[in-house]
Design a protein around this ligand. Structure first.
Ligand code: SAH
Length: 259
């Protein structure tokens, strides 16, 4: 009997709550032989599914990355996926959020394709949008924000144009927060532009901090804010129930979405 050809499915796990995994993603997990999991998002989803009584037959290999530490180098992850698929395994590569948002998803897809391994992608809910939503913050809102940009703390945010109606979402932005806030405050957004930090969305350390571009770095230092966290900058932050009234008053122009 010839073995069935293996394949790889890159699955976006969403931000960490199993309820935010897609149905297609869950089906892929249920039919997998091996799950190659990231720490962020992915691990929380697997633990959450287990807590809900979902039994997965697959073996789980953890290749998780801590901020600043690459537990398993990207090349080794790519090689592992190819190796497992060539053994005939149905492999799920479970990645935090969406595989294609700062997730190196296409690199993994390309490595599989180059090796002749069948591969597909199941999108996930990105933390860039879903984690601000925990704090009641929409990335766009009629009358307040007409666009949003997702960048990492390592990107050249100096070149980011736009004012407070152009929301900026920073991923991996805690280490460089002071510099990013200062740079953004010098542009059209100004020093009193509202900012929120949402730490560990859907996790045990979930916490929201709201301030302005002038104050946020100091607040973050005082509160010991840690990664993983999403930083969101713009007038939409004033819509959050966590926003102190001084910041909430920034947004008298908020218009109802369904008007
Ligand atoms: N592909 C992922 C992003 C990977 S970059 C996605 O689409 O969500 C990793 C960064 O995402 C973290 O440094 C943090 O900024 C953010 N992040 C991911 N999950 C998070 C969570 N549950 N809570 C807070 N931030 C999160």
């Amino acid at each position: 009997m010839t073995a069935l050809p293996g394949r790889v499915t890159l699955v976006g796990a969403g931000p960490g709550d199993p309820g935010l995994l897609t149905v297609r993603g869950l089906r892929a997990l249920e039919s997998a032989d091996v799950i190659v999991a990231d720490r962020l998002g992915a691990r929380g989803v697997l633990d959450g599914l287990a807590a809900e009584g979902v039994v997965l037959a697959a073996e789980v290999l953890d290749v998780g990355k801590l901020p600043g530490h690459h537990a398993v180098p990207q090349d080794a992850i790519n090689a592992l996926l190819v190796h497992l698929a060539r053994e005939g395994k149905r492999v799920v590569r479970l990645k935090g959020g969406d595989p294609y948002v700062f997730g190196r998803g296409l690199e993994e897809l390309a490595a599989c394709r180059e090796a002749g391994v069948q591969v597909e992608v199941v999108p996930g809910i990105t933390s860039a949008i879903s984690v601000p939503a925990i704090a009641g913050i929409p990335v766009t809102h009629r009358g307040l924000a007409t666009a949003f940009t997702v960048v990492t703390g390592h990107d050249q945010i100096r070149e980011l144009g736009g004012g407070r109606d152009h929301t900026v979402v920073l991923l991996m932005g805690i280490g460089t927060l002071a510099h990013a806030a200062m740079t953004l405050s010098r542009g059209d957004r100004g020093a009193d532009c509202p900012v929120a930090i949402i730490e560990d969305g859907h996790g045990p350390g979930q916490r929201v901090t709201v301030g302005t571009l002038a104050t946020i770095a100091h607040q973050a230092a005082l509160r010991g804010v840690r990664s993983p966290a999403v930083v969101i900058v713009g007038d939409v932050v004033s819509l959050s129930p966590y926003a102190p009234s001084a910041i909430a008053e920034v947004s008298p122009r908020a218009a109802p979405c369904d008007a």
